[in-house]
Design a protein around this ligand. Structure first.
Ligand code: HEM
Length: 410
C-alpha cells in the first residue's frame, strides 16, 4: 500500500481489516475508523499535535543547514502547538476569520470568479484558470496583506508542501529547500517591518508581542494551509460534481452548491490525513499503541465509514448528517478557515455553473492526482465549457435530468 497514493479501496480495507495498523515503511500508525479518529482528535492530553508539520521524509543534514542558514524554523504555534500559547495565537488569527468577516467576502469571491471565467472559451483546465490563485488572493485580502506577488507565493507554498509532505529524494529536497527558505525569510522581513498600528496580520502579531520567530512560523503555515487546501478543494469539487451530471444540472437550486461542497469534503477531503503523537501508552480499538507512536489519522477514510454515513461512496447532497465529517479536524485544533473554504468553494462552483451551465469534463479518465502524505486532490480539471445558450436550446433534456427521480438525493 502506497501511503502517498491512497485510493478508496485502500481506505476501505484498512477500515475493515486493520483499523489500527503500523505501516512498516514509515513507522506511522494508521488509524482509520471514524469513531477512533474522532476520539483521538478529541483528546489533546493523550494525543499531541507536535508532529503535525514534521517532514514526512526526514530532511538530511545538508538540507537542514540550508534551512538553518536562512533562519528557518517552525516552532509550536497553531496546528503543531500542544502548549498553552496555542489559545492566544489561535484567538489572534480567529479575529481575522470571524463569520461576519468571512461573509463579507462573498461578493469579492464572486467577482474574482467572474473575472477569471470571463475570458475562457473552448477546452480549458480549471486548475490554472480558476482554482490556482483565487484562494490566495482571497486569503491575503482577509488577512489585510498587500503587495504580494501571488505567483511567487504559489511557488513558495507548493514547494513547501512537497518538502514537508512529499515522498522526495535528497536532490529534490535540496531544490525545494530554496523556495521554502526564501518564503520564510520574506515573512520574517515583512513581520519585522510591520507597523504595529497597521490592520494586517503582521501588525497584529507585532502588537501582541509574538516573538518574530514564532510569528514567521505561524504565517508560514497559515499562508500555505489557508490557500493551497482551498485550491485543492475547488479541483476536487469540480471533478466530483462534473462526474455526476445530475448534480451539476441542479446547481441552480437554492443551497445545492453548498451541499455539494459538503459532500465532496466528506468523501474526497483534500487534507486526507493528519498526524498526532501518542503522549503515553494507549489502547485504540483494542490495539496497544506505545508512547511516542506517530499516528496517521485517515480523515478521508472516516468520511466513508458506513458506521456513520449510509451508502458512503455516493454523493448525496441531501444527506442529513453531511456536516458530520472530519475533513476540517475536530476539537481544539479544528480548522480556523473552514467557513472561508466552504464559502469560496460554494461561490466559485455556483458562479461557474451560472456562466457555463453546459460545462462538462473533457474526458472520463481519472485525473492526475496530487500525491502527498496529507494532501490529495486532482491536479487538473480539463473541461469543455460549452456555451450559455445550449441550456435553453436543450431545455427539455435538462428538465428530464432534473426530474429523473432526484438522483443523488436521499
Ligand atoms: C478545504 C480547505 C481546508 C481543509 C480541508 C482544511 C483542513 C484542516 C485540518 C484537517 C486541520 C487540522 C485540524 C485538527 O488538527 O483537528 C486544519 C487546521 C487549520 N487550518 Fe485548515 N483547512 C482548510 C482551509 C483552511 C483555510 C482557508 C484556512 C485559513 C484561512 C485554514 C487555517 C487553518 C488553521 C489556522 C489551522 C490550525 C488550527 C489550530 O491548530 O488551532 N485552513 N485545517
Amino acid at each position: 500500500m502506497d501511503l502517498f497514493q491512497l485510493g478508496r479501496d485502500d481506505l476501505r480495507s484498512l477500515r475493515v481489516d486493520a483499523p489500527v495498523h503500523r505501516d512498516e515503511r514509515t513507522g506511522l500508525w494508521l488509524v482509520s475508523r471514524y469513531a477512533d479518529v474522532k476520539a483521538v482528535l478529541a483528546d489533546p492530553k493523550t494525543f499531541h499535535p507536535d508532529n503535525a508539520l514534521t517532514a514526512v521524509t526526514p530532511i538530511p543534514s545538508p538540507v537542514l543547514r540550508t534551512l538553518a542558514r536562512a533562519g528557518f524554523s517552525l516552532p509550536p504555534t497553531l496546528a503543531n502547538n500542544g502548549t498553552d500559547t496555542h489559545t492566544g495565537l489561535r484567538r489572534l488569527v480567529a479575529a481575522f476569520l470571524t463569520p461576519s468577516r468571512v461573509a463579507r467576502m462573498r461578493p469579492r469571491i464572486a467577482e474574482l470568479a467572474r473575472e477569471r471565467l470571463r475570458g475562457l472559451s473552448g477546452v480549458v483546465d480549471l486548475h490554472p484558470a480558476l482554482a490556482r490563485d483565487l484562494p490566495a488572493v482571497v486569503l491575503l485580502e482577509v488577512m489585510g496583506i498587500r503587495d504580494v506577488d501571488v505567483d511567487k507565493l504559489k511557488a513558495w507554498s507548493t514547494a513547501s508542501l512537497e518538502l514537508f509532505w512529499g515522498d522526495v529524494t535528497v536532490e529534490r529536497q535540496h531544490e525545494l529547500a530554496g523556495p521554502a527558505a526564501e518564503f520564510h525569510q520574506w515573512l520574517t522581513a515583512r513581520i519585522k517591518a510591520a507597523d504595529p498600528a497597521g490592520d494586517d496580520l503582521f501588525a497584529a502579531l507585532r502588537r501582541e508581542d509574538v516573538p518574530v520567530r514564532d510569528a514567521a512560523g505561524l504565517c508560514y503555515f497559515l499562508l500555505i494551509a489557508g490557500q493551497e487546501t482551498t485550491t485543492q478543494l475547488l479541483c476536487a469539487v469540480f471533478d466530483a460534481v462534473l462526474r455526476h451530471r445530475d448534480l451539476w444540472s441542479r446547481l441552480g437550486e437554492p443551497g445545492m452548491a453548498e451541499r455539494c461542497v459538503e459532500e465532496v469534503l466528506r468523501r474526497d477531503p483534500p487534507v486526507n490525513t493528519w498526524r498526532r503523537v501518542a503522549a503515553r501508552d494507549v489502547t485504540i480499538s483494542g490495539v496497544a499503541v506505545p508512547k511516542g507512536a506517530q499516528l496517521l489519522l485517515m480523515l478521508a477514510g472516516t468520511g466513508s465509514d458506513p458506521e456513520v454515513f449510509d451508502e458512503p461512496e455516493r454523493l448525496c447532497p441531501m444527506r442529513p448528517n453531511a456536516r458530520k465529517h472530519l475533513a476540517f479536524g475536530f476539537g481544539r485544533h479544528f480548522c480556523l478557515g473552514a467557513g472561508l473554504a466552504r464559502l469560496e468553494a460554494e461561490v466559485v462552483l455556483r458562479e461557474t455553473f451560472d456562466r457555463f451551465p453546459n460545462l462538462r469534463l473533457a474526458s472520463d479518465e481519472p485525473p492526475p492526482m496530487l500525491g502527498l502524505l496529507s494532501f490529495r486532490a486532482p491536479l487538473s480539471v480539463r473541461v469543455e465549457l460549452g456555451d450559455q445558450d445550449e441550456l435553453s436550446a436543450g431545455g427539455a433534456g435538462f428538465q428530464g435530468l432534473v426530474g429523473a427521480g432526484g438522483l443523488g438525493q436521499r
